[in-house]
Design a protein around this ligand. Structure first.
Ligand code: NAP
Length: 499
């Protein structure tokens, strides 16, 4: 479907029980290109609780047949989806850039990840394995196998509008669950495309249902509805904690992936050029709107002046601009709310620390109005300040100076989040010590805080992550239940006891 047709169609439909249906709420949210506010993309419907309930009923009806479908056949549908996404990659990349705002290069990267996940999970369909265990009793054995959970609710953010939904949908579906998905209303056209691709790949009616709407209404209905037995959420820690508290009352299985305040640690023996290059990539790529973005640098005082200079020189050269232009390196923020939040932090930073570069709104191509922010670096940031502690989710880097390795570890860990961290050093002992001591889910050595692979578990600890990790084999563990079977093949009354 062409971009013009999408714009003319105006309001995105929901996908319920195998059909595209217009929301009857009568309420919509306008979506404009964040790089060019003249460009109206269309509208997301703000669906009602009743529409979400209809989607849940549809998923519940589809569950018995879908769970009975042999897993390799479920996997084949994901393999078809991977191929369709590959064929449409350039078109979908342009849609991501237009709707979410990341550069075309970054959008292609997101789609590469999504395709890898579909391919990997298609293969997992043939490896939904259990184990056999010996019994204490003669002629007895025990085995385990995995079963689907039922109707699962998926709630996703806007910052990876294709990859994050796919890394939840693919394992949920391959395990035999049926799904109701509530995407962010900021990226409805990307959500529509993801749904179309999976449906065209062969998903039966009712297996995947997608309902646009506000979190506190459509999302909350998924959290509260007793027929939804598990919830996978990616988003902010405030919303995640509230969801978890409500879901706990019904003992729902919950997986939460939330915010980050990811540090790069630079030691005195680091390759400073490499550290600066990778810090800039991690901090300003996708305009800092990645959960894994570098938002803090903890640098040893001995090399701090030189390191800050190297970072500032690189940051000052980065160009904001229309994300589909090849010369643009820093994309706009997703929307007005995010833009105003980040601008607010720039003002806070000017009071709390020393501004090194940036610090102002940026500009689009030919002065076109968009939500651009200059790549910004603050130095001498106090470890307890808001700049050092709060997730900003924009192109803003806080540099914290420390005396030595021990202070660096303490500063790195002195936040409530724990998603990723990087360390730059040439000392092998420090590498392994840091891997043990850093309080986070993923550690990168001499490389940026960002990135992840389809077959590798992804997620954090502390205020960032709750429940099983996403991606890799741990995703299968979340979306399935383990059952144990005791088999006695003696054909006689049991003689021993298993208390
Ligand atoms: P958000 O405001 O928490 O929203 C995330 C999703 O939750 C949206 O679909 C939202 O719908 C929905 N929601 C909001 N309130 C809800 C409620 N009361 N009940 C049920 N659902 C509700 O987060 P965001 O601004 O979209 O995304 C940015 C955040 O995501 C950042 O903190 C980032 O670090 C985090 N993130 C984490 C990871 C990770 O793997 N750790 C990955 C990507 C992003 P509405 O938008 O309609 O409110």
């Amino acid at each position: 479907m062409s971009e013009t047709a999408i714009a003319a169609e105006a309001v995105c439909a929901n996908y319920i029980n195998g059909a595209w249906v217009a929301s009857h709420s009568g309420r919509t949210l306008e979506r404009r290109n964040p790089a060019d506010l003249r460009d109206l993309i269309g509208y997301a419907p703000l669906s009602t609780r009743g529409e979400v309930q209809e989607a849940i009923r549809s998923a519940a009806r589809a569950f018995p047949a879908w769970r009975s479908e042999p897993a390799p056949r479920r996997g084949r549908i994901l393999a078809h989806a991977a191929r369709r996404l590959e064929e449409q990659k350039e078109d979908v990349a342009r849609l991501i850039s237009r709707e979410e705002g990341k550069t075309l290069v970054e959008a292609r990267g997101e789609l590469g990840r999504a395709i890898n996940i579909l391919e990997y999970t298609a293969g997992e369909a043939r490896r939904l394995k259990g184990e056999t265990l010996p019994s204490e009793l003669p002629s007895n054995f025990v085995y385990t196998f995995r079963q689907p959970l039922g109707v699962v609710g998926l709630i996703t953010p806007w910052n990876f509008p294709v990859a994050v939904p796919i890394w939840k949908l693919a394992p949920a579906l391959v395990c035999g669950n049926t799904v109701v998905w509530k995407p962010s209303e900021l990226t409805p056209f990307c959500s529509r495309r993801v749904t179309e691709i999976l449906v065209e790949a062969g998903l039966p009616a009712g297996v995947l249902n997608m309902v646009n709407g506000l979190g506190e209404e459509a999302g909350d209905e998924l959290v509260e509805h007793p027929a939804v037995v598990a919830l996978s959420f990616t988003g902010s820690d405030a919303v995640g904690a509230a969801i978890n508290a409500k879901a706990a009352r019904q003992l729902k299985k919950v997986q939460l992936e939330m915010g980050g305040k990811n540090p790069v640690v630079v030691l005195e023996d680091a390759d400073l050029e490499l550290a600066a290059e990778n810090t800039v990539t991690g901090a300003f790529g996708s305009a800092g709107e990645r959960c894994t973005a570098t938002s803090r640098v903890i640098v040893v005082e001995q090399v701090a002046d030189r390191f800050v200079d190297l970072v500032a020189r690189r940051a000052a050269k980065l160009r904001t601009g229309n994300p589909v232009d090849s010369g643009s390196q820093v994309a706009p923020l997703v929307g007005r709310e995010q833009f105003e939040k980040v601008i607010g932090y720039l003002e806070i930073g000017k009071h709390e620390a020393t501004l090194v570069c940036g610090g102002e709104p940026g500009s689009g191509a030919d002065g076109v109005q968009g939500f651009f922010v200059q790549p910004t670096v603050f130095d001498h940031v106090p470890a307890a300040s808001r700049l050092a502690q709060e997730e900003i989710f924009g192109p803003v880097l806080a540099i914290i100076r420390v005396r030595d390795f021990d202070e660096a570890m303490a500063a790195a860990n002195a936040v409530r989040y724990g998603l990723t961290a990087s360390i730059f050093t040439t000392d092998a002992n420090r590498v392994f010590q840091a891997a043990e001591r850093l309080e986070c889910g993923m550690v990168h050595v001499n490389s940026p805080t960002v990135g992840g692979e389809a077959h590798v578990p992804f997620g954090g600890i502390k205020g960032t992550g709750f429940g099983e990790r996403e991606c890799g084999s741990t995703a299968i563990e979340f979306y399935s239940e383990l059952k144990v079977v005791y088999v006695d093949y003696t054909g006689r009354k049991r003689e021993g006891s298993l208390y």
